[in-house]
Design a protein. Sequence first.
Length: 199
Amino acid sequence: MAEISQRGIDLIVSFEGKYTLQPDGRYKSYLDTLAKPPVWTLWAGLTKGITEDTCLTEEECQRLFAKELAIYEDAINRLVTVPINQNQFDAIASAVYNIGVAAFENSTLLKVLNQGKYAEVPIQLMRWTHAGGVEYPGLVRRRQAEGALFMEPTPVTQALAIRPDQPEEIPEPSMPQRVEAKPAGTAIQAAKESWTLRG
């Protein structure tokens, strides 16, 4: 079973950010108002089981993060039927963490990937830049980074052919926890929404 690498984890955390650090060193949940509807979120995009009163240490957040990542890793191993290298796995894991397993499972992105059309994957990733019908620059940058990583060759020494068998004030995140795909046509119509929450 393939797993996300540290590089993939760093990519996710760099875009999700870590919110919101309290004076006692714990992280307090915040209401992600960019998501439609808003969702209680913690640390680096954690939403599963998070409530208004959730407050956890860095260590507790990391454990919860690893547990959620395992859900995404399992989904990718189960759903992707073509060989992918570590960079490709990391890029897809970052995207699935953001758009959710259900959305990925029913996406053109997965269909194109499983057809072996690797060069088209970055194009499909760029369809996932909207939330609530609005395109977010943070999502555009994230999808661009994921697409670039997906197409980056893995050094032979690291190749992995995977065949899946702070302040008191709450900062304003630039990464909504609910993302939707832009329809393939020119007009943006009602898009299928999905939660960051997997499964």
